[in-house]
Design a protein around this ligand. Structure first.
Ligand SMILES: Cc1ncc(COP(=O)(O)O)c(C=O)c1O
Length: 364
């Protein structure tokens, strides 16, 4: 008889939603997807050219050390080459981290609702997950998270900005929080939406602390969001050399594919594209806020490229939006059943969403 680890029995796989083409085929409609916090303007044309140029080389394994990308990114960030680790998306960095430092029954602390992958990997590894509720205004409660740390806690996750709320924790809060972290704990700041938030004067710049190693701190970032390379799967971690060295022992030798490395190299050279993406996102968010206010809907002001809006019966609204060819995220799985999460799209997509939402809300 098939024997599976007991902790997997009640684990529900991550639900990525339906491919847009499938929804269009099933329902015979044109659809738009504003559900996965992707970049609506696409990848940088420079990245596309790099992918085309590299396509003929895919008979070879990729560079297992990400030699050129490491050099370029280290220079771009002003950190050492040994302070970086690359992953098949920042999702893989989360997994490598947990597999490197955690044993079954160890404790991890993260907020809830926050990025669901912390929960999924904790469950799959048989860890003891301490979930600290967000504050009433849906922000991380860093004081409560620090208080939740025990002798057995090995890792704490903070998504900044947080997904699905789009909220941030601020410089002074983070400073106080880090001062309370004992030496046996690794703090992970998941900065997948960094580029959208980093210009805010309250946003903490933690790179130097992470690299110096006075605290066990790692930052995670990604090329999936502002850089528009989600389909290629490439993210990275920034930390002190000791943490990175241990993680490299666990990492698969060729974990970042060849096209992803080439595209990321080219994308780094196109900061104009990132700027354009961030500007479009801010405009889209302002448009959403204006519309939500006119419609009398509560929303959570966001520092990322998506926003949570209180739509009432979230799951029903989600389903009815699907009928109209608009894919967003229902939030019942994140304990926010009254909300939906929508990411900023192109302006015509944003308008289509708002118009569909108005129709749907008049029906439910
Ligand atoms: C907070 C957060 N962290 C990490 C990720 C994973 O990003 P990726 O694996 O594409 O780099 C996401 C993706 O949605 C996210 O929202």
């Amino acid at each position: 008889m098939l024997k599976v680890r007991p902790e997997l029995e009640d684990l529900v796989p991550y639900d990525p939603g339906k491919p847009i083409e499938e929804l269009e085929r099933e329902r015979g409609i044109k659809a738009i997807k504003l559900a996965s916090n992707e970049n609506p303007i696409g990848p940088s044309p420079k990245a596309v050219e790099a992918i085309k140029r590299a396509a003929f080389k895919v008979n070879r394994y990729p560079d297992g050390a990400c030699y050129y990308l490491r050099k370029k990114l280290a220079n771009f960030l002003g950190v050492g080459e040994k302070n970086l680790i690359f992953g098949n998306g920042s999702n893989e960095i989360i997994e490598i981290l947990m597999r490197t430092f955690l044993e079954p029954k160890d404790e991890v602390v993260y907020a809830w609702p926050a990025f669901v992958v912390y929960k999924l990997i904790s469950k799959a590894m048989g860890l003891k997950a301490i979930e600290v509720p967000l504050t009433e205004d849906l922000r991380h409660d860093l004081d409560a998270m620090a208080d939740a740390i025990t002798e057995r806690t090995k890792m704490v996750f903070v998504a900044n900005p947080n997904n699905p709320t789009g909220t941030i924790v601020k410089k002074d809060e983070v400073e106080r929080f880090l001062s309370k972290i004992p030496d046996h704990v690794i703090v992970v700041f998941d900065e997948a939406y960094y580029e959208f938030a980093c210009k805010d004067p309250d946003f903490p710049d933690l790179k130097e602390i992470a690299v110096k190693g006075e605290k066990n701190l790692i930052l995670m970032r990604t090329f999936s969001k502002a850089y528009g390379l989600a389909g290629l799967r490439i993210g990275y971690g920034i930390s002190n050399e000791t943490i990175i060295d241990y993680m490299n022992r666990v990492r698969q030798p060729f974990n970042v594919n060849l096209l992803a490395q080439e595209a990321a190299l080219a994308a780094l050279d196109d900061q104009e594209h990132v700027k354009k993406t961030v500007e479009l996102t801010k405009k889209g968010l302002s448009y959403f806020y204006r519309c939500f206010e006119e419609m009398g809907l509560e929303y959570v002001p966001s520092y990322a490229n998506f926003v949570l809006v209180k739509a009432g019966k979230g799951r029903e609204v989600f389903e009815k939006l699907l009928d109209r060819g608009v894919i967003v995220r229902a939030m019942d799985g994140y304990s926010l059943p009254e909300y939906i999460r929508v990411n900023v799209g192109l302006s015509e997509e944003n308008e289509k969403f708002i118009s569909a939402l108005k129709q749907v809300l008049s029906e439910v």
